[in-house]
Write a protein that binds this ligand. Structure first.
Ligand code: ADP
Length: 221
């Protein structure tokens, strides 16, 4: 959309989630303003990020004072207090921050956040739990699910696809999944082509619908 990809980000709350968000943004050299009620935490972060301010974000005037209305992107990383998370999100909506990412601890919390105007709601614990379920139940080494049931996984290749060109194993017609990348040990991931031959110790990246990927990853190794 119209928000520049390097727009400054306002991060509210420096708990585990907010700290991880702000830390990663900082590593990406993004302009970040972190806000927390805890003076000690703010002090600690002042050395790491562009700006760190002690403020109570449930107070809209405090948010105005720190210039929250000038941000195009804000992250509400306060989760454990649903009341605070809702009030802070409502304040950001009132200040007309266009992109508001909010962390929810439950589906109903997320529903409220969406209803009051959060543009993106994330469920870190539920999402991590679902990922772990996929990872422990098969050959999958990593699993990323997108909206609408589409996912990409990293996995060891089942016997069916090893030792011959990808075109010959016909996984798209047989399983509805597509092998998009292959990595030989020690090498980097390479885009897969119909001629690519997958060896025993390679890793593959596969995309497709969730159920199709589950079927594919359950194949004999
Ligand atoms: P996590 O589960 O990711 O660790 P928490 O919800 O436990 O997140 O942490 C929230 C952080 O947000 C804490 O550091 C807390 O001091 C801060 N916080 C809570 N309420 C406010 C508020 N109203 N304004 C600013 N920061 C807040």
């Amino acid at each position: 959309d119209r928000i520049p990809h390097d727009a400054p980000v306002l991060v509210i709350g420096l708990g585990r989630f907010g700290a991880a968000t702000a830390g990663q943004l900082e590593r990406q050299d993004r302009d970040v303003l972190v806000v927390d009620t805890d003076a000690e935490l703010v002090q600690k972060w002042a050395e790491r990020v562009t700006h760190a301010v002690q403020a109570n974000a449930t107070d809209i005037d405090a948010l105005r004072q720190i210039g929250a209305a000038d941000f195009a992107i804000a992250v509400v990383a306060v989760g454990s207090s649903i009341e605070d998370s809702v009030l802070i999100t409502a304040n950001l909506v009132d200040l007309e921050v266009p992109q508001i990412w909010a962390k929810a601890i439950s589906r109903s919390h997320g529903k409220i956040l969406t209803r009051i105007g959060a543009t993106h709601v994330v469920y870190p614990e539920a999402e991590a739990g679902e990922r772990v379920a996929h990872l422990v139940s098969g050959r999958m080494l990593d699993y990323i699910e997108f909206d609408d049931d589409f996912a990409i996984v990293k996995m060891y290749p089942p016997a069916l696809v090893r030792g011959r060109a990808l075109a010959a194993s016909k996984v798209l017609t047989k399983f509805g999944v597509r092998i998009v990348g292959v990595k030989t040990p020690g090498g980097a991931f390479q885009p897969a082509t119909p001629e690519t031959v997958v060896d025993d110790h390679d890793l593959i990246i596969v995309s497709g619908a969730e159920a199709a990927l589950e079927r594919f990853s359950a194949l004999e190794s």
